[in-house]
Design a protein. Structure first.
Length: 159
């Protein structure tokens, strides 16, 4: 991402695009898709090899401002625990990503929650087959509806 300036420009992006049913061109079409990270800068690496959490000041400073200028938000995906924690009230079962994702219908129509598509999710998805059976078809249908131009019916002739 840091070399290309494209979010999800790695294997996690490949996985996310597969979940969404989008090719790279559609996913990166800025006229149709907005990708807004919780943090707007790279937080650095943790000693254990993973990325550090996003900086706490970024989302409160920028998210409301940016969402206000987006012309027509049709679908908001909360991808990963940081996005979910920022936008949703903290549920009692917040320690279990599987439980939060399993309650995906509770957050519709405003949000659709997804795990982060990192390499760790491969096992999570295998352990939670309902994700692919229940959520992915609904996700793809909603993405398709959001990105497909609506045909406008011809105006009624005046008498």
């Amino acid at each position: 991402m840091h070399e290309t300036g494209l979010s999800f420009n790695d294997r996690s992006g490949d996985r996310l695009r597969t979940w969404l049913g989008l090719d790279r061109d559609s996913f990166y079409d800025e006229a149709r898709v907005a990708i807004m990270p919780i943090g707007f800068c790279y937080p650095g690496r943790h000693g254990k090899g993973s990325d550090l959490p996003p900086r706490h000041e970024c989302a409160p400073l920028w998210h409301a401002r940016l969402r206000a200028v987006l012309p027509a938000i049709e679908l908001t995906l909360l991808v990963g625990s940081y996005a979910i924690a920022y936008y949703l009230p903290r549920p009692a079962d917040a320690r279990s990503m599987a439980r939060i994702i399993a309650r995906w219908r509770d957050y519709l129509p405003e949000f659709l929650v997804l795990p982060h598509p990192s390499w760790r999710t491969v096992r999570w998805q295998r352990d939670n087959p309902w994700f692919e059976i229940e959520i992915l078809p609904e996700l793809r249908a909603r993405v398709d509806r959001a990105l497909t131009p609506r045909s406008r019916s011809a105006p009624c002739p005046r008498r």
